[in-house]
Design a protein around this ligand. Sequence first.
Ligand SMILES: Cc1ncc(COP(=O)(O)O)c(/C=N/[C@@H](Cc2c[nH]c3ccccc23)C(=O)O)c1O
Length: 378
Amino acid sequence: GRFGEYGGRYAPESLVEACREVEAAFREAWADPGFRGALAELLTLHAGRPTPLTPARRLSQELGVRLYLKREDLAHTGSHKINNVLGQALLAARMGRRRLIAETGAGQHGVAAATAAALLGLEATVFMGERDMERQALNVFRMRMLGAEVVPVTTGSRTLKDATSEAMRHWVGVTGDSHYCVGSVVGPDPYPWMVREFQRVIGDEARAQCAAELRTGVPDHVVACVGGGSNAAGTFAGFADTPARLTGVEAEGAAGAARGRPGVLHGSHSLFLQDDDGQITPAHSIAAGLDYPGVGPEHAHLRGLGRARYVTVTDDEAAGAAIRLARTEGIVPALESAHALAWVIRAAGDGELAAGSTVMMTLSGRGDKDISTLKELL
Ligand SMILES: Cc1ncc(COP(=O)(O)O)c(/C=N/[C@@H](Cc2c[nH]c3ccccc23)C(=O)O)c1O
């Protein structure tokens, strides 16, 4: 596969042809200055890029490290998902598709897909687990407000895995007029590579900002939360050729990279939580956007190479980190992003992060969607 032994296109025959078309169109578009210019303009004028690299002064003081936050929470719609959907929506329009299909768990990718569709005059159909529709109700309202059709998924655990399966199943019947807009670096080739390319704007900006901001030009540590792995893959891409330590942080109950085993799901050969019979076992996370029983193939590969390490934190550590960031820096993070911060807090406390070391952490999203969950914890 594209990522060493991982990746591939293990999809139903009808989707293999559709994926071949997506790959050809993406290669051509990505080499076309006109496409790149149109995307750059949307990222600037619509998504509000570049996002700041914010020094977390009070929290750094408390932790004894120099923590910088890459503010994807300030991108339009409130998370990094907008970076990917603007690229995929432009590509869908270029391919003559008139509808985007998407899966979502936290609702952030769904809101971003609905936003891009509205902006470019496309239809949007978003598949969302019924359980996630309850715990991320704010985003269901936002998607419908933006004109998207939200399809409740009632199979399996009624969360992200099932929504992704339903979205792929639906795409089989509408490949001629619809583009499947995958929300993370998962799925059949070319999606893990294409989504990382659309998300690398995070890492490329952060690299330039660190070069200007840090005495050494490069942080000692680069940290990001990992659901399917797109904000981490995009962030890591900006630092791959530097000595920075790369750390992906997963939910303890959804640790595909840290605890998964090789398998195939959603068209990709990667690492997944599975029982001895190879059945995918359900994930559990307080963060709907991390509640996925696997990880994208690029992370499986980076782990195998030892280029990145993958750690886990508990629901409680993440919730505590969210409240701590709110009260030291005035930022309410998404519960997903709070997982990355929870590890920084633990590692600064136990010496894993040396005193005075510089840490660049991607704050992948804002916490408005999680207020009801956090309210119970206050
Ligand atoms: C604010 C925020 N931060 C981090 C993440 C983790 O995603 P990633 O690791 O890709 O950076 C999400 C996921 N939100 C998506 C998650 C998602 C969509 N499709 C997926 C397929 C597989 C795995 C995850 C997703 C959602 O709308 O629920 C998120 O909403």
